[in-house]
Unconditional design. Structure first.
Length: 433
């Protein structure tokens, strides 16, 4: 046991657990990620290296990352193009250069984590690009193994599993598009254990393994089981017609392009409809892994209050961002338009009357700019904090100049306080993984 293993995508949902399992088994983990600063704080024991596939599209680009490495585990994958995500880069250009670099550098062992449904027939760029990756791996001279997991479940939830939990936690009813889709959920810890076994035991070579759990469940059953796991009373499932869900899926695609990745996108729906169960496989017995059923996994990992909060707030956060951004933006628009004269009249009641025009003009501009900036993905948390601090300054000035408005029946100053709490909620729920 031992040696150095390069784990690519080591800050992701699957990659982070694979890296942890390898480290626990005694391997030196060289952890590749886009954002090594944040990742190194979470797992300081690993040797973190910057591994952004956008900058690793030629074999020479990999030389430093592969120096001293005994095996490579590739966990990098994206669902749909948008923001910093590119199927072509993540699934084709980057892996092609990696394979070539491994061949030149004499690093034979490559464990590639793909996915069930990575076939041309699925009709998505995600599937076709992943299929191209698999073909490149198979055609290589490397000692490779391709893993194709079904729905991967863990105490942590990200992307699709986070969305499924959110649907299961809906009040009164559980909405679902389709519902007949089938999974064979596999516990992430079991998948990580399989990777560890494959790194150490090279008797399985140049094979593709569907990594599936021993229990088959439909989407409806998955929702019901998650709902019970979270401690909520049973609720009926409402099947949403596809035509009714279509606008939400279009919005999800647009938001993804703008850097707001959502599991409710056309690619996710097509992949679910194509099939996410995978073929029966004897991977567990061959590798000596005690693969757990979905029900057993849930029973052995009881939900905490944090799980309940995450499931319930998963859908609340985007609503909060939209409401908060529109509140600021529209407040500024109103001040610039129909409310201009009234805004000037209010300032003219105070000792700052001679500065009424610039106060209203710059105040409205700040509202509009901050409202729009909140919708820019990398800025959201910081803008929400700035909104909170700006509102404190606003209330201090308002109290000095117009203290009587605290007692107004319409409560213009009091009504600002819930908005401040909303700012803190948006800022405090920024983390995605």
């Amino acid at each position: 046991m031992g040696g150095c293993v390069l784990v690519l995508g080591a800050n992701g949902f699957i990659g982070s657990r694979v890296a942890a399992a390898l480290s626990a088994a005694g391997y030196q983990v060289r952890a590749g990620a886009r954002d090594t600063l944040t990742a190194s704080r979470r797992a300081p024991h690993f040797e973190w290296v910057k591994a952004d596939f956008f900058n690793l599209t030629h074999a020479d680009d990999w030389q430093g990352l592969l120096a001293g490495v005994d095996a490579v585990v590739n966990c990098v994958g994206v669902l749909q193009d948008g923001g910093k995500d590119s199927n072509r880069i993540a699934h084709v250009d980057g892996p092609r250069a990696l394979i070539a670099a491994c061949e030149v550098g004499g690093i034979s062992r490559l464990i590639h984590v793909s996915a069930v449904g990575a076939d041309e027939g699925a009709g998505t760029l995600y599937a076709s690009s992943k299929a191209e990756t698999e073909a490149m791996v198979m055609a290589s001279k490397l000692d490779w193994v391709i893993l194709r997991p079904s729905l991967v479940v863990d105490r942590a939830a990200f992307g699709g599993t986070g969305f499924i939990r959110a649907l299961s936690a809906m009040p009164v009813v559980m909405p679902v598009v389709g519902g007949e889709q089938v999974f064979k959920p596999v516990a992430l810890a079991d998948l990580a254990q399989a990777v560890v076994k494959l790194v150490s035991d090279r008797s399985i070579s140049r094979e593709t393994l569907d990594i599936t759990g021993p229990e088959t469940v439909t989407m409806v059953e998955t929702l019901s089981l998650y709902r019970g796991w979270l401690g909520f009373d049973a609720a009926p499932v409402v099947r949403v017609p596809r035509w009714m869900a279509a606008p939400a899926i279009v919005v999800g695609d647009v938001l993804g392009r703008l850097g707001w990745p959502s599991p409710l996108r056309s690619t996710a729906m097509k992949q679910l409809d194509y099939g996410a169960a995978g073929a029966d496989s004897d991977w567990a017995s061959r590798l000596g892994v005690d693969a757990r059923s979905f029900r057993r996994f849930l029973s052995e990992n009881p939900a905490s209050v944090q799980d309940v909060w995450h499931a319930r707030l998963w859908g609340v956060r985007p609503i909060a961002i939209v409401v908060l951004g529109l509140f600021w933006f529209l407040t500024g628009v109103v001040s610039y338009t129909v409310g201009w004269e009234q805004s000037l009249a209010i300032i003219r009641e105070t000792a700052a009357a001679r500065f009424a025009w610039p106060i209203v003009w710059f105040g409205a501009l700040l509202d509009v700019v901050l409202g729009l900036m909140l919708f820019v993905r990398p800025w959201t948390s910081r803008v929400a904090v700035f909104m909170f601090l700006a509102t404190i300054g606003y209330l201090i000035a308002a109290t000095i100049l117009l203290p009587q408005y605290w007692l107004s029946p319409l409560g213009p100053w009091l009504k600002v306080l819930p908005m401040m709490a909303l700012c803190l909620f948006v800022a405090g729920t920024e983390a995605r993984r």
